[in-house]
Write a protein that binds this ligand. Structure first.
Ligand SMILES: Nc1ncnc2c1ncn2[C@@H]1O[C@H](COP(=O)(O)OP(=O)(O)OP(=O)(O)O)[C@@H](O)[C@H]1O
Ligand SMILES: O=C(O)C1=C[C@@H](O)[C@@H](O)[C@H](O)C1
Ligand SMILES: [Mg+2]
Length: 174
């Protein structure tokens, strides 16, 4: 397989952590749309949102997704990349899409431990647990729709990488 692999899921699901480890295991390149945008603009997510609003950030995110996509590459996407139908169609068409799925409580716990506020400014202004419940309610159907494979993101990163390697050897069922 040479196709790019796209990691999708909410903030804290482990797209960056697991995506990086998966790339190492496969001998693939690793790239992250949030990091790509930070490097190309010199601005954090919070800065871009302050200057251009979420609409501007989402436009840049769609451009970044296309720019980083290449064969033999694991792409960690931003948590909201699935919001645009254009991005969902692009990822399904270009490669394999992996949804790292975890409950809101797990995500909120991880984000509390390691907030990284500049890269993860609040989406709703609400406390993080409430925010993650809301975000998942709004996006779960989109993550499911775009994914070729859904993985349990509460396992350890090593276990998730092994599980992804197994599903990549199967034909996508969706
Ligand atoms: N499977 C896991 N088990 C335990 N902790 C994890 C796991 N995956 C990620 N983490 C931890 O959760 C935090 C968030 O992980 P990570 O940055 O990879 O998430 P993300 O999906 O890339 O989030 P974002 O959308 O904000 O970029 C990190 O502190 C990371 O160490
Ligand atoms: O879930 C989201 O909407 C976001 C997730 C992060 O990866 C960043 O892309 C940004 O903080 C927005
Ligand atoms: Mg990330």
């Amino acid at each position: 397989m040479t196709q790019p692999i796209f990691m999708v899921g909410a903030r804290g699901a482990g797209k960056t952590t697991v995506g990086n480890a998966l790339a190492r295991a496969l001998g693939y390149q690793f790239t992250d749309t949030d990091v790509f945008m930070q490097q190309t603009t010199g601005l954090s997510v919070a800065d871009v949102v302050a200057r251009e609003g979420w609409v501007g950030f989402r436009r840049r995110e769609s451009d970044a997704l296309k720019a980083v996509t290449a064969p033999h590459t694991v792409v960690a996407t931003g948590g909201g990349a699935v919001l645009a139908a254009e991005n969902r169609a692009f990822m399904r068409d270009a490669g394999r899409v992996i949804y790292l799925r975890a409950p809101a409580t797990t995500l909120a716990h991880r984000l509390e431990e390691y907030p990284l506020d500049a890269q993860r400014p609040t989406l709703t202004g609400k406390p993080i647990n409430e925010e993650m419940v809301e975000v998942l309610a709004a996006r779960e159907a989109l993550y499911q729709e775009v994914a070729h494979h859904v993985l349990d993101a509460t396992a350890s990163p090593a276990e998730i990488v092994a599980a992804i390697q197994r599903v990549l050897q199967t034909e996508p069922i969706k």
